[in-house]
Design a binder for this molecule. Sequence first.
Ligand code: HEM
Length: 512
Amino acid sequence: MARDIANANYEFANFGNKYATLILSLTCLVLVLSWYIKFLWKRRNLYYLAWNIPGPFALPIIGCAYKFLLSGTTDIMQKLIEVLKEYPDVMRFWFGPKLFIGVSKPEHIEKILTSPKAMNKDDFYKFLSLAIGEGLLTSRGMKWKKHRKTIMPAFNQKILDQYQVEVFAKQSQIFLDLLQKRVGDKDIDLVKMVANCTLSAICQTACGLNIDFQTQNLDFVDNLDKLFEITTYRIFNAQHHLVFSWNWYPLSKEFARVFNNFNDFIRYIVEKNEEAYRERKQRKASGTDDGLPKTVAFLDLIKENFTHEDLLDEVKIFIAAGTDTTALATCCIFIMLGMHQDVQEKVLDEVLSVVGPDRTPTPSDLPFLKYTERVVKESLRLFPIGVFFLREIVEDIDVGDMIYPAGCSPFFCPFYIHRNPKYWPDPLKFDPDRFLPENVAKRHPCTYLAFSYGPRNCIGGRYAIINIKTIIAMVVRKLIIFTEYKSVEEIKLKLNLTIKLRDGPKVWFENR
Ligand code: HEM
């Protein structure tokens, strides 16, 4: 009898436990489902508007991410272009719950890039901020607006002519001297050499500091490269987006090392600039200023409006956004000139007629190097250094024939647009005359996005073109450029935040 009661109690307790587990599981399921339905309901506008946009099939949870599974940095670019080609004007792409829209139609690009509803960068840039801080390129909202307004005048043509061209010419001369010692050498690390030249120029133009990266063996350029490489890796490997998983990963230690080196250097140059600025102020106050015109750095023009931390962030961005981009663009131009000796001859003729055989280029020469400028732009068409860029839409944007929903992230791929035969006939042909004013007038401005477009375009575009023109003018007069590449198709690229030449520039120089 007692055993029967015990058995009955046991069965009752067991039934109770099972029942409680069932209730608990059902409650959890209902909670998760109601959270999910609420999540979907809140985003109904996004789903509704995305429905009509063509794009690849999206799987549950991962969306279209399967398209990029197991892709290295070379394949990602290739695959992105392949997908864009399937949907030539507009493409929706679900990456998990996130909606990206690839925009290739110039009329849409113009409306989005000029809309105040799309001035912020996508979340994707937060990994970039973790590496290079919150300066113009990565900052958002009012902070960006205020900084852009203050920094803009420092990049105007007058300042560039008055103070910067002299720096570009000096650094280009050092670069040329180094190249002349390597004549005939097919193993030069050209990207690094040019990057040291552009970095020395930017340190001086941004902070007024004369550090010669070109002749001293400083490894800052390698450090910056590594910082970008690890950041690119993290962006494209979603499993490392969580801080917890990243901190356990060995590459995070390497990231910390290059990150600290980068920050120490920036702190050093900004502090040096502030010291020099204080001294100048004291000299002025005590009347001991010699009255001679001084080189004015960007920092000198903006520092009164910014905190020390803001200045650090902005200098980080100038250096990170200006060094590699300009260097890569210059290397691609060297390749194009090596591949097209007739174009190189025309550049030489122009430089000799405007600047002459030995004189250093001055600001008044540069506007007359018109053909050289067309060469720079055409090379940036084929090799736009920023492969793609993204925005975030905070309110629906009606572009006429469709609506871009709030919450989506439009992305723009200059590499794809610049090689689209619809806008650029015979797109792989290198033809600088595409940039003759009469030909430019026939195209929609948003078919060319090397420096982006609208209020958030590249602030250093003019600066970069002037710097590159100075380097090319100095080099082409003394050296003939050759490359092993025979065609544009042969030049393989990979992604490292910006474009990289997978197999290097394969360029060498001979005496003229
Ligand atoms: C050939 C060289 C260069 C190319 C191709 C280039 C390209 C670009 C592109 C495509 C953007 C838009 C990026 C985005 O929206 O995510 C950008 C932004 C920017 N670039 Fe450049 N850039 C070059 C040189 C420079 C230089 C030399 C500097 C500075 C001295 C610079 C500073 C910036 C800054 C600060 C931004 C952010 C602007 C903002 O968001 O308000 N760039 N650049």
